[in-house]
Design a protein around this ligand. Structure first.
Ligand code: ATP
Ligand code: MG
Length: 290
């Protein structure tokens, strides 16, 4: 690998986190060319190299300093024993690691797991979970197609990632207790020196990522408001800062602009209309630098 002084960020080469990781970086205004089968790609307009790896390898590579940064799921991070610093939750790659049981079975209580055989490819996480809850169960460690284990008779239950539950259904299983809720996180090598040039590049990248994440959860709302409804309407707006108020040419109404949490829009839109707001627009925001 070239020693060009660039910061190195490891991301998943091909899988469920790949597209969202690249999208986050592109939203940070980083120009990333098509990488095809290359292991390393330099970002055109930032001192950053991307390393494309299997997700299982990312925590260790970051621990060892092959890359200073990585993006990986909390599930994989907790399953490896790599010693890295978690910098930030990234808000994508959400999934949950759950105990799943045969459709006609029931788990009423955690203690029902006692003396059961549970197949998983997350033995470390499962072991910790069982220990914390004082459960004595046998962990059957398998690396793929965990959901087939009960019908093959090698386990009673499984512990695996669940999203829609369709794979479970095909194997006549249903999801039960949650063992871990996971999302993608940004991780950092612990030895990156505060004095190094790379640390400065890291701080710049982090501030771009933060501004993109702030913006993702926010929207810009604009509306026209009769002057005498202004107070009522500004009270309804859960604004990040005080709203902007501009007079309209008709001399009667005002334009009100504000940044609001995206999920609040549908909660307040009817109240805004009832209070006299009209021409309500909701716009996306690319970046917010606080
Ligand atoms: P690799 O070839 O890199 O080892 P993989 O097959 O082990 O890939 P993926 O299935 O691509 O891994 O999953 C990568 C990560 O995506 C998981 O570790 C988890 O954090 C997250 N993930 C898993 N399932 C989902 C899902 N249904 N929705 C969103 N994120 C998920
Ligand atoms: Mg993997």
């Amino acid at each position: 690998m070239s020693n060009n002084g660039n910061l190195k960020l490891a991301i998943q080469k091909c899988g469920r986190l790949s597209e969202s990781s690249l999208q986050l970086l592109r939203n940070c205004n980083l120009e990333i060319e098509k990488f095809n089968d290359r292991l390393v790609v330099s970002v055109r307009n930032f001192k950053l190299d991307l390393l494309f790896l299997r997700d299982d390898d990312i925590p260790e590579y970051v621990q060892d300093g092959v890359a200073e940064l990585g993006i990986v799921g909390e599930d994989i991070l907790n399953e490896t024993s790599a010693d890295v610093k978690v910098i930030k939750k990234l808000g994508f790659g959400r999934c949950s690691l759950r105990i799943a049981i045969p459709e006609n079975d029931n788990l009423n209580d955690l203690t029902d797991l006692n003396n059961k055989r549970i197949a998983t490819s997350y033995p470390k996480i499962l072991k910790g979970f069982l220990k914390r809850n004082n459960i004595n169960a046998k962990i059957v460690n398998i690396s793929g197609s965990v959901e087939a284990a009960p019908s093959l008779g090698i386990a009673d239950y499984i512990c695996d990632l669940v999203s829609t539950g369709n794979t479970l259904k095909l194997n006549k299983l249903k999801a039960s207790i949650s063992v871990l809720e996971s999302e993608a996180v940004l991780i950092k090598n612990k030895n990156l020196s505060l004095q190094s040039d790379k640390y400065n590049i890291y701080l710049k990248l982090l501030s771009r990522i933060e501004s993109v994440l702030n913006a993702k959860n926010s929207k810009y709302i604009m509306m026209n408001v009769p002057k005498d409804s202004l107070e009522k309407i500004t009270n309804l707006i859960p604004s990040l800062k005080s709203p902007t108020i501009l007079p309209l040419a008709d001399g009667e109404s005002l334009a009100v602009h504000a940044v609001i949490p995206a999920e609040k829009f549908w909660e307040i839109v009817d109240d805004l209309k009832n209070a006299g707001a009209s021409g309500i627009l909701l716009l996306p925001i690319e970046n917010i630098v606080l």
